[in-house]
Structures are given as structure tokens and as C-alpha cells.
Design a protein around this ligand. Structure first.
Ligand code: ZN
Length: 420
């Protein structure tokens, strides 16, 4: 791969680490900023970052150059919580909700997660692949260079494996770095509504071993909530996953302070996600742990729910990540900058903390912070060029896409559209 020199970068902003790990507590504000910067990339790895361009003359003649025209460089966004592979469309439910229908009324009319489950079960591998690829292309254009994708709309062994196989094909063909997560315990399928224990057995004894055997997921996740999977179900499923070697994540405290986030901390979860109903006491427990707290403010905005207590979590020393929770029911967005806007306006996070949460700490929530999530020498070159003068504008000037170029693993892959 030819070397790449990006020069004439008006300003550069990146989380800065000592150890290539997450940033926690006060250190989440550790943003390194440079003016008139240049970045050199060799073999997909950042080899030099400088304020001066005096090394311009020393690069080999074969080096590709990219004039940033004074734009701002930040690390590629890491969206560490998405449900990108699903069939169907629930725009009609959006209209029903806007007209005042309740969730129960929408579900009774055939809507809700079960409608997505049915559409996903009925879609072929190829159909799901085509839909998901188009979604990933759009995410890339909005600056997301790494995304986690969960299964969870199949809810039977064959359909869950089908979704994970689609994710595997996307991993092989799409330039984005994709991390697959098994979420068979997303909801109870209708056929087991009266026999929930049997479905938990199937997840533990049938699905998890099959996912493990085929190597189809990095993480195991669960939706732990009243009327979904109980704390007891969650502990059983997550321990079965850990026994098979899966690191774990939880959808925790979204609708009630159920104790799910504490369970996650006790089991050593890599992240606990949502946390809308986490108490201040709960925030201090997570903040004192190694578990990353992932805020999904798109769901709070869309459902008109409270926002999670991320200020308290950071003040308690915690590491916060931001993700979109892209899904058809509660957060139909790809925009990581919009999550940064919500972090700053609704969760009392500073723009510095929001940038760290959307990049480095997202990478840490996917166990990738050793190689992605910040612009540092030795890391993979996932770089965004945004048409703003200062990175604050990414969240301040909200509701639009400022990203003009995406460099992924050292390759320029977007120029208004995906070009590979
Ligand atoms: Zn989710």
C-alpha cells in the first residue's frame, strides 16, 4: 500500500492516551489539539503526526498526498452499539406514535419488535446483506469507521445464525471494521411467550454453542428488563457465554433500575449500555469499576425517556462511551455527531468528553482501543476530515453531516460517496 501524507489540516483533535486504553473520569477531557497539522500513514498505520510540514520533502515520491484544505481531522467514530441487520420498515409505527397511539396499541396492530422479527426471519441472507451494506455505506459517509452489529431479530437458532452469517459476510466485504455480537436474548419470541424458561434453555444450550463453534460473534449481549429477561435469566445466559469464552455486554436499566448494571459490573462485563434509569448510587458503582458505561442518547430522544446520568458517572471516575443504538424501534439514526450533541446538551458532558466517548472509549467497549479510536502514532489510520474550523462544531452545528473525507486503514474511501 502506498504511503499517504495528509497535509494542510487546519486543526486536529484526538483523545490522547498513555497506554492505548480507555480514558476514564477527568482524563476523558485529555484531547490533544494541533494546528496546521500533517499526518503520515504507512501500511495503514499512523507513523507521524506533526504541527509542522517540514518533513513534506522527505516522503518517498510514491507517496499519495491529500490536501485537507484547512479542514479539521478527528479519529473515525466508533459506534459500539448497533442493530444494523434487520428486515422490514417501521416508519408507519412512527406515524402512529406521533398520532398518539401507545406502544401496546401499536404492538396489538402487529407492530413492535415482533414485526421486525417476522420480517427478518422472512428475509433471505442475500436480502439482509444488501440492506445492511447500504446502511453501512451511509454510516461510513457520516464518519463511522468501526461498528458493532448485534443479532437479535431472529429469535430462533436458524435466524440468529443467519443474521450473524450476514455480519460475517459484511466483515469480509465492507471496508468498515465490524464487530459481531450475539443477542439471542433480545426478546422472547411469540412461540415461547408461555414457556420462557425453555427459550432461555435454547439460548444457553443450542444457540450459544452453535455461535461459538462457527466463530460468529465476539461478544454476548442480553436485554435485561422487567417483562424481558430477568436478572436470573441474564445471569444464567451470561455465565453460559462466559464459560464458552465470550466477553459480555448488557442492555441495562433502560426502563427501570432493575439492578442489571450492577449484575454487569459483578460479572465483569466489558460494557453496560443504556442506563437511562441508573441511580446515582448505581452510577458510582459503575464508575468505580472497569466496566464501560455506554450511553445511547438517540433512544432517549426518540422515546422521550430520561437521559442516563453520565455526568455523575464520569465524576465517579467512570469511562463513558457514546453509540447510536441504531435500530428500527427506538433509534433510527447513524449519526455519531448527533450523539455528541445530545451528550453536550442533555447529559452535561463537555465536547472533549463527547469526542473521547465517540471514538476511543467506543473502541475500548469493543476491545479495540489498542489499535483504533485515536490519532496516535502506531495506531490504524482511521481518520475523518470535517469541514469545520474546530471539533466543537461537530456537536455544536448539529443535524447535518460535516464529514468530507473518510480515511480507513490508511485508504481514502469516501469523497462524498463510498469509492471502494
Ligand atoms: Zn440496543
Amino acid at each position: 500500500m502506498p504511503s499517504l501524507l495528509i497535509h494542510n489540516i487546519g486543526s486536529l483533535a484526538t483523545p490522547e492516551t498513555q497506554d492505548r486504553k480507555r480514558l476514564s473520569g477527568n482524563a476523558m477531557s485529555n484531547i490533544r489539539t494541533l494546528s496546521n497539522a500533517a499526518i503520515v500513514v504507512e501500511n495503514g498505520i499512523i507513523t507521524r503526526i506533526s504541527e509542522s510540514t517540514d518533513f513534506f520533502a522527505n516522503v518517498p515520491p510514491s507517496t499519495q498526498t491529500l490536501d485537507a484544505q484547512g479542514m479539521t481531522a478527528v479519529p473515525g467514530f466508533v459506534d459500539s452499539h448497533t442493530h444494523t441487520v434487520f428486515g422490514g420498515n417501521r416508519a408507519n409505527e412512527f406515524a402512529m406514535r406521533s398520532a398518539g397511539k401507545t406502544y401496546q396499541e401499536i404492538a396489538a396492530a402487529g407492530g413492535g419488535i415482533i414485526s421486525t422479527m417476522t420480517a427478518t426471519r422472512n428475509a433471505s441472507h442475500e436480502e439482509l446483506y444488501v440492506i445492511a451494506k447500504k446502511r453501512l455505506d451511509t454510516m461510513l459517509l457520516h464518519g463511522t469507521t468501526t461498528a458493532e452489529i448485534k443479532s437479535g431479530y431472529g429469535l430462533d437458532a436458524a435466524s440468529e445464525l443467519k443474521i450473524l452469517e450476514v455480519i460475517r459476510e459484511l466483515q469480509k466485504t465492507h471496508p468498515m471494521t465490524i464487530v459481531p455480537t450475539f443477542l439471542g436474548a433480545h426478546a422472547f419470541p411469540p412461540e415461547y411467550r408461555e414457556n420462557r424458561a425453555k427459550y432461555v434453555d435454547i439460548v444457553c444450550e443450542e444457540m450459544l454453542p452453535a455461535v461459538k463453534e462457527r466463530g460468529l460473534a465476539v461478544f454476548c449481549d442480553i436485554f435485561c428488563e422487567q417483562n424481558y429477561f430477568s436478572l436470573q435469566d441474564a445471569e444464567r445466559i451470561l455465565q453460559a457465554a462466559q464459560n464458552l469464552g465470550f466477553p459480555i455486554k448488557l442492555h441495562a436499566d433502560q426502563l427501570s433500575a432493575s439492578g442489571a448494571s450492577q449484575l454487569g459490573v459483578r460479572l465483569g462485563a466489558v460494557s453496560v449500555d443504556h442506563l437511562e434509569c441508573t441511580t446515582l448510587e448505581g452510577a458510582s458503582i459503575i464508575g468505580a469499576s472497569e466496566t464501560i458505561a455506554t450511553a445511547l442518547p438517540g433512544a432517549s430522544l426518540f422515546l422521550n425517556h430520561p437521559y442516563p446520568p453520565m455526568r455523575a458517572l464520569i465524576d465517579a471516575g467512570g469511562a463513558v462511551a457514546l453509540a447510536t443504538d441504531f435500530n428500527p424501534g427506538s433509534s433510527m439514526t447513524f449519526s455519531m455527531p448527533m450523539m455528541m450533541t445530545l451528550a453536550a446538551t442533555q447529559m452535561s458532558m463537555t465536547p472533549e468528553e463527547a469526542l473521547t466517548a465517540a471514538t476511543l472509549n467506543g473502541a475500548a467497549a469493543l476491545m479495540l482501543s489498542h489499535e483504533r479510536g485515536s490519532l496516535e502514532v502506531g495506531k490504524k489510520a482511521d481518520i475523518l476530515l470535517a469541514d469545520v474550523e474546530h471539533f466543537y462544531e461537530l456537536s455544536y452545528h448539529f443535524g447535518m453531516n460535516h464529514i468530507r473525507h473518510v480515511i480507513k486503514d490508511g485508504k481514502i474511501i469516501t469523497n462524498g460517496k463510498v469509492i471502494v
